[in-house]
Design a protein around this ligand. Structure first.
Ligand SMILES: [Zn+2]
Length: 472
């Protein structure tokens, strides 16, 4: 029986206005080669200077990962040649900013701590573009953009754990404000290394690159585990190499043999002194850390009695969890709030291709709808329709109900008339019902609701229907 072992390297773009070692602007989709200067182009005689904000945000992230922060870390040069790297080396760290720590995930079968090896700061390279005609272009706007590289221990067992880890890690960097972590913008790049083995020793690993969604990570890991097992079963050996995920063909393609560490000829960056932190710097960052997603997840379940899957949707973005909690504070029941947010609001946003910040209804709107249900003005189905109609207008639910004449009918006479009509039109079904086919009751309720355009109070409909049918 084969066992898979997975470790993951993540490059998260640190959310700063300027680059890691110069004052150039960090901008997604800026005009090519406009945000560059002699420092990030690596021209001779230029000197890098450290972006203080980037260090602060990396420290904050390390604290949130429960990592041990090195009070003294060292910048180093990683030497290699590539057209997107004009300097011929990348500045990274040989003594990382932080080591150890963990991310706790929920495996669906209990909690598991995914251990972190280290977190270090480094700079990004430029970007190459290849045209169909065979021309290549390079944009250096990304050269020198600050990154945190976060490396996990190889303790991940399968693609599900990998996705749970990456999801939680992405939430953490967003919560502490150190990265926007938008995978499509390349702000959160994941490179899993994967091996399989039948015994305790780790097999030869391969690394997969070019994964720009969690779905891609999941598929690539599954693919690579199965490919390695098949390869070994055929009697062949696994080659240590870097693979590229081909989204179109849904397969990993060998890219290059993996370089050994000594091929990079790391050495201490001579133009930068050691990065020295003091307790005050760290304490300041510790104070700015909000409730983290793992803690929020546990608390929401305990405090509101909601399901794990529901809590997982709420914690994905802090503003969704906050919307939920404010709705409950305003007087909406947790049960209604969770349903309206996770299905109706997020569903409508998805359909309209809009963002959460586009919605105009606030927590008080949900509380008001809840009240309309409680005082029997409308039923749940109507409430859902009202909510969907006012999401992008912010109209008052009460006003909407009045303007569209949606108030529930509780008047027994009106409902009785509809029931009598129904019985006349469905004599055969009534006969069958009287002969014991009780499941027809649901059909009758549905027909009465239809006659009353969904506005009848379901409780009254049930009662009147039963009374009249029993009298016959
Ligand atoms: Zn620059």
């Amino acid at each position: 029986m084969y066992k898979a072992t997975i470790g993951i390297e993540v490059h998260a773009q640190i959310k700063t206005k300027t680059k890691m070692f110069c004052g150039c602007k960090v901008e997604f989709l800026g005009k090519s080669n406009t945000n560059i200067c002699p420092v990030c182009m690596g021209e001779p005689g230029t000197l890098p200077r450290v972006n203080k904000r980037a260090v602060e945000l990396a420290v904050r992230t390390a604290i949130a990962l429960h990592a041990r922060i090195n009070m003294r870390s060292i910048f180093a040069r990683k030497n290699y040649f590539y057209p997107d790297l004009p300097k011929g080396y990348q500045i990274t760290q040989s003594i990382p900013l932080a080591e150890g720590g963990y991310v706790e995930i929920d495996t669906g079968n209990g909690k598991k701590k995914i251990a972190i090896t280290r977190l270090h700061i480094e700079e990004d390279a430029g970007k190459l573009f290849h045209t169909a005609e065979g021309h290549s272009f390079v944009d250096f706007n990304r050269s020198g953009v600050p990154l945190m590289e976060i490396v996990s221990e190889p303790v991940i067992k399968n693609e599900k754990e990998a996705v749970a880890y990456l999801k939680r890690l992405r939430q953490i960097v967003r919560y502490v404000g150190s990265s926007d972590a938008d995978m499509e913008k390349g702000q959160f790049r994941c490179e899993p290394n994967i091996s399989v083995s039948k015994d305790e020793n780790r097999g030869t690993k391969t690394e997969v690159k070019n994964l720009n969604s969690l779905k891609a990570v999941e598929r690539a890991i599954k693919y690579e585990i199965s490919r390695q097992i098949k390869t070994i079963d055929r009697g062949e050996i696994i080659i240590q190499q870097t693979m590229l995920w081909d989204k179109k063909r849904q397969m990993a393609i060998p890219m290059r043999k993996k370089e050994g560490v000594n091929e990079y000829r790391y050495f201490k960056e001579p133009d930068l002194i050691p990065l020295i932190l003091n307790d005050g710097d760290i304490e300041k960052q510790r104070k700015s850390i909000p409730e983290l997603p793992g803690e929020k997840f546990d608390r929401l379940i305990k405090q509101y009695g909601i399901k794990k899957e529901e809590a997982e949707i709420l914690v994905e973005f802090p503003y969704i969890a906050s919307f939920f909690e404010k709705s409950v504070e305003s007087g909406c029941s947790p049960k209604y709030a969770i349903g309206w947010i996770t299905t109706d609001i997020l569903g409508e946003l998805n359909k309209a291709g809009k963002k959460f910040s586009d919605i105009k209804t606030g927590p008080s709107h949900l509380a008001a709808l809840n009240k309309l249900i409680d005082n029997k003005t409308i039923n749940m189905n109507i409430a859902k329709n009202v909510l969907r109609s006012i999401i992008f207008t912010g109209e008052d639910g009460n006003d909407y109900v009045k303007a569209n004449n949606l108030a529930q009918v509780t008047d027994e006479n009106a409902i009785e008339n509809a029931v009598k009509e129904l019985i006349e039109e469905n004599a055969k079904e009534v006969e069958r019902y009287k002969n014991g086919e009780e499941k027809l009751f649901g059909f009758f309720v549905g027909q009465v609701m239809k006659k009353m355009r969904g506005k009848a109070n379901p409780g009254v409909v049930n009662k009147v229907l039963k009374d009249i049918l029993n009298r016959r």
